[in-house]
Design a protein around this ligand. Structure first.
Ligand code: ATP
Length: 263
């Protein structure tokens, strides 16, 4: 895992301001006072969240805390009610989702979306077919299958894969877009311990070998501890805590919100 300097900077607002003025930092993503309302309900509020280049961050929090909403604001699936999103020094708040993908932001959603009647290779080809052809496409398909840890399964129908292997395939497909930032929404939900370990290995390898920064939503603390250096805790739509895995695990206030003692 890479280390970083700015991720520990509590003054995210200043980081966003630096990005707005074009000053180079190693900050990849920064949100400034980001808010999303659904009707009269505020799902996220005052979110100043930053991720450094090559960082591996986990995002945790009780059900309904606003984790998926935050990632959807980063991908552009949701437009914010207020606030800004900066990426690589540019304000992307108004940028269309597909243009964010072109800039290097890729997301794997919670529900697996591989095509079960296509083979592993055919699935792996899907995300990149518009961006590459010929040898370049073949190289990236092979890379996706390797990233997924599914070498040897190229001609197997996705329907024959286990749920864990389907999740691996999806991570490989997201990585095939050669993102700088990969957002994963509960990639190990419903998987057993061995499958979780495989996914953790895949994520760490992509982070270390391809320098892809990750934001991973996950509830399982063992999984979080196995991949992340730093954790952001959301609660009631706001950032509740940020710290190392050890700091977050030992924080009684974090334990309290998870146990449902406070609303
Ligand atoms: N499209 C939407 N329309 C209305 N309300 C929404 C929408 N998306 C999310 N919400 C609400 O916003 C709040 C935050 O939801 P979100 O899915 O971001 O939480 P989460 O932390 O990802 O939860 P979980 O861990 O259960 O997936 C919830 O109360 C949810 O019902």
């Amino acid at each position: 895992m890479s280390t970083n300097d700015t991720a520990g900077n509590p003054n995210v607002r200043q980081t966003a301001a630096e990005l707005a003025t074009g000053d180079r930092t190693d900050t990849l993503l920064a949100t400034d006072d980001l808010r999303k309302d659904f009707g009269g309900f505020t799902a996220t509020d005052e979110i100043d969240f930053s991720v450094a280049e090559g960082e591996l961050r986990c995002l945790i929090g009780p059900n309904g805390a606003g984790k998926s909403t935050l990632l959807n604001l980063v991908t552009g699936s949701y437009s914010p009610t207020a606030g800004s999103v900066y990426y690589n020094g540019h304000d992307i708040t108004e940028l269309a989702p597909h243009k964010r993908v072109q800039r290097g932001i890729s997301m794997k959603f919670q529900v697996p979306s591989v095509y079960s009647d296509l083979t592993v290779r055919e699935n792996a080809r899907l995300p990149i077919q518009r961006f590459a052809d010929g040898d370049e496409r073949r190289r990236r398909v092979d890379e996706a299958i390797d990233s997924a840890g599914l070498a040897g399964y190229e001609d197997v129908d996705a329907s024959q894969l286990s749920h864990g292997q389907q999740q691996q395939l999806e991570i490989g497909m997201a990585a095939a877009l050669e993102p700088e930032l990969l957002l994963l929404d509960e990639p190990v939900a419903g998987l057993d311990v061995a499958e979780r370990e495989t996914i953790a290995e895949r994520i760490v390898r992509l982070n270390e070998e391809r320098d892809i920064a990750f934001v991973v939503i996950e509830h399982d603390t063992d999984f979080v501890a196995s991949i992340a250096e730093k954790v952001t805790v959301l609660h009631n739509g706001e950032i509740f805590r940020e710290g190392t895995v050890e700091e977050i695990e030992s924080d009684p206030e974090v334990q309290r919100i998870y146990l449902g003692g406070e609303k």
